[in-house]
Design a protein around this ligand. Structure first.
Ligand SMILES: Nc1nc2c(ncn2[C@@H]2O[C@H](COP(=O)(O)OP(=O)(O)OP(=O)(O)O)[C@@H](O)[C@H]2O)c(=O)[nH]1
Length: 442
């Protein structure tokens, strides 16, 4: 199963696992170390010095079990030890046991005597300052157990152990060395201090067991937090990657759509152009001309219209054939186009008839343009296998004043053209009804 926190199933599984781990930590049996157990510590040793008299002042009451000891000093000695020691180091006095994993020590002891408390002490060998040949240089930690606290098994938290002032003063070390720490404990002792001559102290140590967790709760909690953070990070990363992939895919789709739209626009433009272009001559066809005239009319700036009709074109067709007739049409279109301005609108109005719309021209100027075109057409004789084709054209010119009707102007241009034909062809006639010399431009 893929662990995905975004699914309710995985989330439930994650929560269940967390609860199971938390419960497991609570239910896990405690880690124990019985100092009196076999092979754990050497001893217990009586706290004697090499003074043969002390042998009698300090002795086991049960030599076989070595649990009960009695101290009775009859006179003041240099060292009046009254207690027992468990040695945790082996042959190498600098190698002790790491007790830092333990939280507490359970002691079961009894005491009879005048002392108000019994002392529990642990020494820790620290290679930074402890010397193997001087056990006193191993850092001393102790806690005093008052009489009301003993007699029955008592649990002493290892945090209660402190480094006493006398030890700090004696070694005068840097402050950080005086902090409690049991990473390398070399001995654990139970004793009575400030023993006076004549006093009798009886001490029995029945149990000394260290207790702790196999895994520290803090570590477990930290592990759980880290695991959830990791899972959340993986989720976030996966989500981000998915978003990124979706974004890239959509970006690619948008690119493809944009390219397709661009292509369609180009094709549409091509089609639009094709629909407005005369296939034979390549100039605007009637539809194209009508669109352009509509635009000019909408601009309301006025225009002059020149209708051009090839003279006796039927005869050309008849004499030279339809193909040559087509060629003449193409040639005339080219000649006219070459003699117009870019702003002029020009196209084939139908058959052998062409229309020129000049924006903002006086009718006189338009007539002049028509005259020039007439000459150019006349000069454009077309040579062919069956001889030269003489071509002329007649022109009708009319004015569409600003805001005036183009259709009306076209009729008048047509009437003028008719007159040109009537008058013998190869000539320019202008519309008489709307003659005006005022410019149509603003
Ligand atoms: N080759 C060719 N001929 C065409 C085309 N369109 C029209 N025509 C011909 O053009 C001729 C026009 O003849 P008419 O309208 O009688 O006019 P015309 O012979 O030019 O006489 P006028 O205009 O009076 O000088 C017809 O014979 C049409 O068939 C074309 O695309 N190609």
């Amino acid at each position: 199963m893929r662990f995905d926190l975004s699914t309710p199933r995985s989330l439930t599984a994650g929560i269940a696992l967390t609860l199971a781990v938390l419960a497991g930590v609570e239910l896990l049996p405690a880690r124990t170390l019985d100092l009196k157990g076999p092979g754990i510590a050497r001893g217990p040793y009586l706290m004697t010095v090499a003074d043969p008299d002390n042998q009698t002042s300090l002795r086991w009451l049960d030599a076989a079990k070595q649990r009960r000891l009695r101290c009775h000093y009859t006179r003041l000695e240099t060292y009046m030890g009254c207690g027992l020691t468990y040695v945790l180091s082996g042959n190498d006095p600098s190698q002790g046991r790491d007790l830092s994993h333990f939280d507490s020590i359970e002691v079961d002891l009894s005491y009879k005597g005048p002392s108000p408390f019994v002392r529990l002490a642990v020494r820790n060998f620290d290679p930074r300052f402890s010397k193997p040949d001087d056990i006193n240089s191993a850092r001393f930690h102790s806690v005093n157990l008052r009489l009301r606290d003993i007699g029955t098994p008592v649990r002493v938290d290892l945090n209660e152990l402190t480094v006493p002032d006398w030890w700090i003063h004696q070694f005068d070390l840097a402050r950080e060395y005086n902090r409690p720490g049991l990473q390398n404990a070399v001995s654990v002792a139970i004793d009575v201090i400030m023993v006076q001559p004549g006093q009798v102290h009886e001490l029995e140590v029945r149990r000394m067991v260290l207790k702790g967790q196999w895994v520290s709760r803090d570590q477990v909690y930290l592990g759980i937090v880290v695991a959830w953070l990791l899972a959340a990070s993986v989720m976030a990363l996966r989500g981000w990657t998915r978003l990124r992939q979706r974004y890239n895919r959509q970006a690619r789709e948008i690119d493809a759509l944009t390219a397709r739209t661009r292509q369609l626009r180009i094709e549409q433009e091509k089609l639009r152009r094709l629909a407005t272009i005369d296939e034979l001559t390549g100039v605007l066809n009637r539809r194209g001309l009508e669109q352009s005239l509509d635009d000019l009319e909408a601009a309301a700036q006025g225009m002059t219209l020149v209708l051009l009709d090839i003279d006796h074109f039927k005869r050309i067709n008849d004499r030279h054939g339809h193909d040559r007739g087509d060629e003449v049409l193409r040639r005339i279109a080219a000649v006219v186009a070459a003699n117009l301005r870019a702003s002029d609108v020009f196209g084939r109005w139908g058959g052998e008839e062409f229309l020129i719309a000049c924006q903002g021209k006086r009718i006189r100027d338009a007539a002049r343009v028509a005259e020039k075109l007439r000459e150019r057409v006349q000069q454009s004789n077309i040579d062919g296998p069956d001889g030269r084709i003489a071509v002329t054209a007649s022109f009708g010119v009319a004015l569409a004043p600003p805001g005036g009707s183009t259709a009306d102007a076209l009729k008048r241009a047509d009437a003028a053209l008719y007159r040109a034909k009537e008058a013998g062809r190869n000539r320019v006639e202008t519309d008489k009804t709307q003659q005006s010399d005022s410019p149509t431009t603003v």
